[in-house]
Design a protein around this ligand. Sequence first.
Ligand SMILES: Nc1ncnc2c1ncn2[C@@H]1O[C@H](COP(=O)(O)OP(=O)(O)O)[C@@H](O)[C@H]1O
Ligand SMILES: [Mg+2]
Length: 304
Amino acid sequence: MPTAAPTAAPTGPTPENPPAERGERSPPPDGGVPLLRVGGLTCYFPQRGGVLQTVTDHVKAVDGVSFDLARGETLGLVGESGSGKTTVGRTILRLITPVHGVRIGGTVTFDGQDVLAARGAADRALRRDMQIIFQDPAGSLNPRMRVWEIVSEPLLVHGLARGKDRLLTQARELLERCGMSRAAAERYPHEFSGGQRQRIGIARALALNPRFIVCDEPTSALDVSIQAQIINLLTDLQRDMGLSYLFISHDMAVVQHVCKRIAVMRQGRIAEAGDRDQILTDPQHPYTQQLLAAVPVPRPRRSA
Ligand SMILES: Nc1ncnc2c1ncn2[C@@H]1O[C@H](COP(=O)(O)OP(=O)(O)O)[C@@H](O)[C@H]1O
Ligand SMILES: [Mg+2]
């Protein structure tokens, strides 16, 4: 007999089943409804001063950002360092929360759910559905844990698997799916190259079978020759698992390769957004033109 927790549908709202806990899990009719909708998102960090370290001002890291992301789509978020890209990703995932003087505003809707207000079961489901891949695979993997422990930890945390055998088996499958050998599971992160460590980070992000992944400069720390391999892996996984990506990069060359739609960030706002080809051939914003000028690929140029 299955020993899973009872899942019988409640007959109506009761004190045991408040509306937020019931969570409407039925998929909405997908008439092109975006998977992710971000509306007027803001994230202000406090600046403190004086002996009492009181909040004197705020850094408007994200200052009114809006975009939609369709199912299975990759949206590129480009912009120079400090323009607020990482903060957008981390705020959407609620890795940044409105505590200690941090101010967050606007709306984030994932599959019809209000992300910023989610509590209880809805919150837990969203934390499985929305994942992140970090720029620095070395810094994001605990050096004291074996690879299988790192990869399967999310399963343990969410109570989806337990016991070394189950966790090890699942970790090996995830590693294989990311182009690593099963034997990698028993080793430590420092035994691997940067590209392999990023594969481990990706395997961990896939553990909970997410639908959406923030890829925050996933190839920026890697040699150019390795970058293409990781991008190919991400593309294959997207095709096989129907993933949606927010692909963050300061590198227009990478983004134009990966994304059909691009949003250009500058000083906490989206300076320009649109179809890749339109952005590349006819950038409207001077800042976008600047970013494109830095791309070392042959582009049509009017010669005298
Ligand atoms: N935790 C934080 N506290 C204070 N300021 C922050 C914090 N995180 C980011 N910032 C500031 O917010 C701005 C945007 O940073 P970030 O989102 O990391 O940009 P990007 O990813 O585009 O390089 C920068 O000015 C940065 O210094
Ligand atoms: Mg960043």
